[in-house]
Design a protein around this ligand. Structure first.
Ligand code: CA
Length: 514
């Protein structure tokens, strides 16, 4: 090579280096632009949650209690966000529902079949908050989780032990236990959440804040300041308060969910027994009961009124919490880039079929409230009627953060629904499975399938006649599920179709028999 050639090749080489350097620089710039815009777009998530909050007691859902205005702040959220009218759970009971919410998997996949210690929750498994945290989100959980053992995937957690207490509650953190003397549980959860939001979080990261309330779980102990609320009101009764389950099987006839005999006057209603004998808060109801001695239907009606009032009083503190958190987000300038979601771990019977509690696949406990406020994405005041399930939440949170959804999660992100675009292949049926029998409230094991028109339920196992009993409901013509049509010849084809669908869903979700 001559000197000239050498010089030329050196220029060419230098040019190549220059071109390469420019390419690399623009690539890095592109990356950093992409990264910073992605970071900017990652919204914060505040998930306010309650235990056993029925959609029937949320004003925004309408219904017979709407006029009582039980939830002004949650209603405001619905007016500014999207209300989901067909959100359901896969197993209507506290701890299993929470396991499904964290994992995006049904009970047979996440291992939490029942509330009991027979099925401990494996905290080591994949959970959405671990993935969010691993990808730059700061994560906090405050309140009731109802899963034994230390939480994982949270930068900060402060939870009630087990069910927790309404008054003078204790909380567990990684450092130990703290007791809040003289305080009410919903207020402590709200205050601790606000403290984290305002003072404790790292302010340069997107965050997930889970504010999970204990209320209105049984035994419905309200905050002192709301003890007299609704005192002079008569709560409207459901039309089926005295359902006799004439066309239904053993499960509906032999449960212990009923207000008449399973709701007790001592601890549930504080109207008898020593524990509250000298408690001035319950004086008037005790005196009324002792004086009037109602029996039969009159006693059921009185229990219903008392139960509903205590329940609604508990709800009011949860609703207040929603208001305070919304206000704090606004004050911090976070309201525009924060998704706020309100939901519960399942629904609850508010006297429908004569019941309280949950567990059954009939509408009121199978369904759960879901309201999402997402400024700039969700159309204010919109209503969604697609079939959504609690196994969708984990996927939705990951999708909101722009993260891929693990293949083994079983639900679907509802982000397209929030954007107002229901995908063509969105689910048209739901699978349900309840396992806790023998157990509290004596609800037989059952599984089932529901679409927007029909519901098929198979009760099975111990204490079910011949080991298997079926029920079938026409939801369009009988939304209260009063008449079991399983034996009706004219429903033969529809029942066969639903059985086929049940088989398909069992295969799809890889259900294993218990
Ligand atoms: Ca619950």
């Amino acid at each position: 090579m001559t000197r000239k050639q050498g010089k030329q090749s050196s220029i060419i080489f230098n040019n190549k280096v220059l071109v390469l350097a420019i390419c690399l620089l623009s690539f890095l710039q592109a990356c950093s632009v992409k990264e910073s815009s992605a970071k900017k777009e990652q919204p914060n998530i505040v998930w306010i949650f309650s235990d056993d909050h029925s959609y029937q007691t949320i004003g925004a859902y309408g219904g017979r209690l709407q006029e009582l205005n039980p939830t002004p702040n949650i209603d405001k959220m619905a007016a500014e966000g999207m209300r989901f009218d067909k959100c359901y759970v896969e197993n209507s009971i506290c701890a299993p529902s929470r396991a499904a919410l964290l994992t995006g998997k049904m009970s047979h996949k996440n291992g939490k079949f029942t509330n009991t210690k027979r099925h401990p929750f494996n905290h080591d498994q994949q959970q959405f908050q671990k993935i969010l945290r691993h990808n730059g989100y700061e994560t906090a959980m405050i309140g009731k989780i109802h899963l034994d053992g230390n939480m994982q995937g949270f930068d900060y957690w402060e939870v009630l032990p087990g069910q927790g207490k309404y008054y003078n509650p204790e909380f567990i953190t990684e450092q130990g236990r703290t007791s809040y003397k003289g305080e009410y549980v919903s207020d402590v959860i709200t205050d601790r959440a606000l403290n984290w939001l305002n003072n404790n979080r790292t302010k340069d990261k997107p965050f997930l804040l889970m504010v999970h309330h204990k209320a209105p779980h049984r035994n419905w102990d309200p905050a002192e300041r709301y003890m007299d609320m609704y005192e002079d009101v008569t709560i409207p009764e459901p039309h089926n308060l005295f359902d006799e389950y004439k066309t239904k099987g053993e499960a509906a006839n032999k449960q212990k969910l009923d207000i008449a005999t399973s709701m007790n006057l001592v601890r549930d209603l504080k109207a008898e027994g020593k524990a509250y004998a000298n408690d001035p808060r319950y004086k008037s109801r005790r005196e009324w009961l002792a004086k009037n001695k109602p029996e039969g239907k009159e006693l059921v009606k009185w229990k219903y009124q008392t139960y509903m009032k205590d329940y609604l009083r508990c709800i009011y503190s949860v609703d207040e919490s929603v208001g305070k958190i919304m206000e704090a987000l606004k004050e911090q300038g976070l309201d525009k880039n924060t998704i706020v979601m309100y939901s519960s771990d399942q629904g609850f019977y508010m006297g429908e079929h004569g019941w309280f509690d949950k567990r059954m696949m009939y509408e009121e406990s199978f369904r759960t409230p879901l309201i999402v406020k997402w400024p700039g994405t969700v159309k204010p005041g919109s209503v969604n009627n697609d079939l959504v399930q609690n196994i969708d939440f984990a996927e939705t949170f990951l999708d909101i953060a722009g993260l891929p959804i693990p293949k083994d999660m079983q639900g679907k992100s509802i982000v397209p629904l929030l954007e107002g675009n229901t995908p063509d292949d969105w689910r048209t049926s739901l699978y349900y499975h309840y396992y806790e029998y023998p157990g509290a409230h004596s609800v037989r094991k059952h599984e089932g399938v529901a679409n927007k028109n029909y519901k098929l339920i198979r009760f099975y196992g111990k204490d079910v006649p011949n080991g298997e009993e079926w029920e079938f409901f026409d939801l369009k013509n009988d939304p209260a599920e009063m008449v079991n049509l399983y034996q009706k010849a004219e429903m033969k084809d529809q029942i066969a179709e639903m059985k086929k669908e049940l088989d398909r869903l069992r295969k799809h979700y890889e259900v294993t028999d218990q």
